[in-house]
Design a protein around this ligand. Sequence first.
Ligand code: ABC
Ligand code: CA
Length: 474
Amino acid sequence: ASADDWRSRSIYQLLTDRFATSDGSSPTCNTGDRKYCGGTWKGIVKKLDYIQNMGFDAVWISPIVANVGNTTYGEAFHGYWTLDINSLNSHFGTEDDLKSLASELHKRNMYLMVDIVVNHMAATSNPPNFSGFTPFNTQNDFHTECFIQASDYDNNQTAVEQCWLGDANLPLADVNTEDDNVVNTWNTWVTNIIKTYSIDGLRIDTVKHVRKDFWPAFAKAAGVYTVGEVLHNETSYVAPYTEVIDAALDYPTWFQLTPAFASTHGNLSALAAAVQSAQSSYKGGEFFAGSFLENHDQPRFQSLTKDLGLVKNAMAWPFIQDGIPILYYGQEQGYTGGNDPDNREALWLSGYEEDKPLVTHVKTLNAARKAAAAANKDFYTSGLKFLSSTPSNLVVSKPPMLALLSNGGSSTSPQWSVPNAGYSANEDLVDVLTCIKITADSNGGVTAKSTQGMPQVLLPASALSKQGNVCPSV
Ligand code: ABC
Ligand code: CA
């Protein structure tokens, strides 16, 4: 599927090892142990109703290829420690299991996104035993060993690209992506896996650690939507990567989003500024970017605050903006794990309950996005506008949706007054989060007040009638 096919999608990100077991059992899973807990591709298939019921139509799974065994830092349950790119990680299932995950998704008109690592292979000794890797099995297939230093990130891009991630206990041997044979091997490999497993899109790891001009041919060989991880807080650093692959995960926005809502003293204007910078500097605006509040590398949002007002505002963001929303599994169940590895809890321990407040929140936000798009064919191609932004209040317009956000927290009753919100005179509107009706004034403006610090997501009542599952009785 192309970038255009993906722009209307909504992605559920999961770690295969931590999402669901084949037989539906609930083994203990102590995150601190950094061991495989038993999740599989078959397990995902069994829980597709759970994902689809929340309104997601794409699933991003963790890396699929064979990894190293036990290491100083535990087992490779996350899948990022590649040993052999031509074999699957047998902990997660067989070739047929992965193929049937793809076909079960496709039966539901859902997409499969697979996470891949091109930058490195993982070693359990230093220097690595290069002959143990497949297919890059000589030292010449790798850059000369040197570990990336923290200071390199600011002033030595060559080191970021050609030195190694990891450390002497677990070196991430840096693949020589300057070598023509290596490049050809990667391009052939990616064409093959897309075809073999009917993959619809790729999340590409460590994109900033490979020279930019490696990527266009690789993306072309993939032939599907590619979104890359460029872990950096500035749009000026990330934007050039959106010229060489379809899009980047929107880390620069995330770096503002998190503190903006993590406390009642956050700065929503700084979030707005980051978004505007992304809109003007990413290729094609922000539409193809992956927009997220959590992922497997960062502390969960609810490890920073449990204030439900703040949590619901922050969670709304990825769904009311221009990019492709991504929800990291477990957020909907209220998981609170901090830094890696604590943020990688087993989902089966939650019982997959669907009647929890945040599950409902996610479901409503996904449905609101689809309802907005059904009412306005340009919804996915017109950039949002901030009708106002202060450190504590935001008014976000993406017609026909108007989102009213606040970081006052659950002890406050936020208010918004939007003189010209773009609606028709006296138009009937609905806050989809509460299903409460309000009416636009004679200039199409909106005055609204919520309780307990809650956000509002307004849509015209007429837009809801076209999409039966949002506030059906309004
Ligand atoms: C784990 C633990 C480590 C431990 C290690 C042995 O094991 O987290 O504490 O030391 C995989 C596993 C991890 C594992 C790593 C290393 O491998 O999932 O559990 O770490 O063995 C991607 C994936 C990630 C994956 C890998 C490796 C890469 O999403 O899950 O990790 O395949 C860098 C890379 C980024 C990478 C990330 C983990 O490391 O660029 O691609 N993620 C700065 C740099 C970033 C750097 C980051 C962390 O530090 O700029 O490039 O990311 O080292 C802001 C600044 C940022 C700054 C952040 C930290 O602060 O603006 O620039 O980022 O204020
Ligand atoms: Ca590299």
